[in-house]
Design a protein around this ligand. Structure first.
Ligand code: XMP
Length: 514
């Protein structure tokens, strides 16, 4: 960020650190997670408007507990310590922290003692979320108690002269209903942020920066049709136009009409240089007779790299490779829990390229969360069906066709899946859905159609809700909608005579069946 209207968040390993970053960004203020031990000199150089010390799982008394550079408190930049951050601030500035006897975890009501600064305009009693063992017992010089509970004498503290504040509770979680207002007071009133970080501005700055960085070079971009690569392509197209070359590998394992949609959206509507490698037959050949899920995945990964590399070589002298790496992929490594040796993880959608293809990486979404990528895509004019697209596994329908993959079975699943999508889109609960799709089972069952006995395939319907794909629950889809989906598949898709609904959550099941 070229200007200083941003908040640095020093990450002490709390499960909520990313959430703090998101909450700040939701106020249109850029924020960035940084290592907990970032030197004061680095912060002086980068000039954030404020610093937040996140919570963390440690006790300040534990051996090897993550420490902040004490000089950050003397930079003249406002600091807000949250939970462990408050304890550390108190500890480093000469206050006293008491080792916790018992962990306090859950809802609490704090009494606001000084209804100013962080708590201006808020009621005298505030419901908050606590999760801590240690707590501050006596304040460092210059600090006052701003809020307390009967068991936690310093639920919040502050030194308004030095603009240093602490909260024992978590303002970033939804269980602190007015927590965002507390954060806003810090970000706007204390730090003086203007809240001008918007996607429009991000596009402008990003386009200018990448134009400069790429110069006259050529960029290759693997376009999958998913949200991330689509937004990368749209953004770089805006920045460098014809110097961008997208390669779309049609592996023949995509959802119905997806290949055509990608071609129409990027090739025709946006005018991006687009190579479509129609490699469906090659993938099916390589998959012939293979039933074991891991083997399927490996084969598809290998053939993808082969096809992509061939197309990239044809483009000649490209110097850069664009990837849709997102912020959560990058920041995993900064938390103290990640350990000092943890290296930054990059998306390897096009990882493992042969050695003759050496690219410099272009990762324009490295600073963004998924919902921000969607906003960016919208701002760039991408259609809703691209921006809202559900996650789709790299190996595609091959991991939704249990058993051997053939052209006929791909077509059968595409037809059933298309009915699922059409009907799901009519439901007003669709926004809650993470993924909805059909799976083709490797069994046949007996049915009756007219007066005839049938012996045909079974399709399973999978509809799940999830925040990040790590855990998921099956969606309570209304019976009427289930009935419509089932009727349409059985009546309209020849070859399927039974539909079952998957009611397993993750864990212990996974979202995909293979
Ligand atoms: P599972 O089935 O492991 O899936 O619960 C979790 C999420 O990841 C997606 N998924 C993949 N995404 N390449 C991807 O890019 C893959 O090989 C892959 N396998 C699963 C899945 O659709 C779900 O959203």
């Amino acid at each position: 960020m070229p200007h200083n209207d941003w908040i640095a968040i020093l990450d002490f390993g709390s499960q909520y650190s990313q959430l703090i970053a998101r909450r700040v960004r939701e106020q249109n203020v850029y924020s960035e997670l940084m290592r907990f031990d970032t030197a004061a000199a680095v912060l002086r150089e980068r000039k954030p408007a404020g610093i937040i010390l996140s919570g963390g799982p440690s006790s300040v008394f534990a051996a090897g507990a993550p420490q902040a550079d004490p000089a950050i408190f003397g930079l003249g930049i406002p600091v807000l310590g949250i939970c462990y951050g408050q304890q550390l601030m108190a500890h480093l500035l000469g206050g006293k922290v008491k080792p916790g006897q018992a962990r306090e975890y859950g809802s609490a009501t704090i009494e606001i003692v000084k209804p100013e600064a962080l708590f201006r305009g808020l009621p005298a009693q505030l419901d908050v979320w606590m999760s801590h063992g240690d707590q501050v017992e006596s304040l460092p010089t210059g600090f006052q108690t701003l809020a307390r509970t009967p068991t936690c004498p310093v639920a919040s503290m502050g030194d308004s002269k030095r603009r240093l504040y602490g909260l024992q509770f978590h303002p970033e979680v939804v269980h602190t209903p007015r927590g965002v207002e507390v954060l806003r007071h810090f970000v706007f009133d204390v730090c003086g942020c203007k809240g001008e970080w918007e996607m429009g501005r991000f596009i402008e700055e990003s386009v200018a920066a990448w134009r400069k960085r790429i110069g006259g070079g050529q960029v290759v971009c693997g376009l999958s049709g998913g949200v991330d690569s689509s937004v990368v392509a749209a953004l770089l197209h805006k920045a460098i136009g014809p110097q961008l070359h997208c390669i779309f590998v049609d592996n023949g394992l995509l959802r119905a009409n997806e290949a055509e949609q990608v071609e129409a959206t990027f090739g025709h509507a946006l005018g991006v240089n687009l190579t479509v490698a129609r490699a469906g037959a090659r993938f099916l050949d390589a998959l012939r007779g293979v039933e074991e899920p891991e083997q399927k995945r490996k084969i598809i990964g290998r053939v993808f790299i082969e096809v992509f590399a061939e197309e990239a070589r044809k483009l000649g002298n490209a110097r850069f490779l664009a990837q849709g790496t997102l912020y959560p992929d990058v920041i995993e490594s900064v938390s103290p829990l990640g350990g000092p040796s943890a290296t930054i993880k990059s998306h390897h959608n096009v990882g493992g390229l042969p050695p003759d293809l050496k690219f410099e990486l272009v990762e324009p979404l490295r600073e963004l969360f998924k919902d921000e990528v969607r906003r960016l895509g919208r701002e760039l004019g991408l259609p809703d069906f691209v921006v809202q697209r559900q996650p789709f596994p790299g190996p595609g329908l091959a991991v939704r066709i249990l058993g051997a993959v053939t052209a006929e079975r791909v077509a059968l699943l595409q037809a059933a899946d298309a009915r699922v999508q059409e009907e799901m889109l009519t439901w007003d609960g669709y926004a809650r859905v993470w993924q909805s799709f059909a799976v083709l089972l490797p069994i046949q069952s007996v049915g009756v159609m007219g007066d005839c006995r049938t012996y045909e395939n079974v399709a399973a319907l999978r509809v799940v809700e999830s925040q990040d794909g790590m855990t998921a629950d099956w969606t309570r889809v209304p019976y009427d909608l289930l009935a419509r989906i089932s009727n349409r598949i059985i009546n309209e898709v020849r070859g399927i005579n039974r539909v079952v609904f998957d009611i397993s959550s993750k864990p212990p099941s996974t979202i995909e069946w293979e």
